[in-house]
Design a binder for this molecule. Structure first.
Ligand code: DQA
Length: 152
């Protein structure tokens, strides 16, 4: 059975009440349930975690690199600020999908640069909570468990 780590950065514990006009009304617990249901239907073990602390995120990225076959990460504001998170991801030998609920490129200019995007395998943003499921689907394709997009 493949294990996927899903890591969530600062303030994502507030989803549901935090700026719902931007992030929607779905809570992080709802998103975890969606991901656990998806994982159960595809024989994936999902480790779903959230922290407000940069060092904790780095520790979990290093743990995922040892224990998981794929990593989905919403680094939240650390996407735009953290070289430590970027470097931890760069050292990962497993596929990494970066996800954002909002389309960071339609927002303030300071959100347009993500250090994480430079080392992620791929990026999904702007699809709200569904982005997590799209990201899991992408990881399944990368792991060879499902067909990806047609190439011809
Ligand atoms: C976010 C986008 C970031 O710019 C922001 O700091 C967040 C959430 C998103 O999911 O849309 O906290 O990662």
């Amino acid at each position: 059975m493949n294990t996927i780590y899903i890591l969530n950065g600062p303030n994502l514990n507030l989803l549901g009440t935090r700026e719902p006009e931007i992030y929607g009304k779905t809570t992080l617990a709802d998103i975890e349930q969606m991901c656990q249901d998806f994982g159960a239907s595809r024989a994936l073990a999902i480790q779903f975690l959230q922290t407000n602390h940069e060092g904790q995120l780095v520790d979990w990225i290093q743990e995922a690199a040892q224990k998981a076959q794929g990593l989905l990460i919403n680094p939240a504001a650390y996407s735009h600020t953290s070289l430590a998170v970027r470097d931890a991801l760069s050292a990962c030998q497993i596929p990494v999908v970066e996800v954002h609920l909002s389309n960071i490129h339609r927002r303030e200019p300071f959100r347009h640069l993500s250090y994480v995007s430079q080392v992620a395998t791929g990026i999904i943003c702007g699809f709200g909570a569904d982005g997590y499921l799209l990201g899991l689907q992408a990881l399944l394709c990368l792991l060879g468990n499902e067909r990806g997009p047609r190439r011809s």
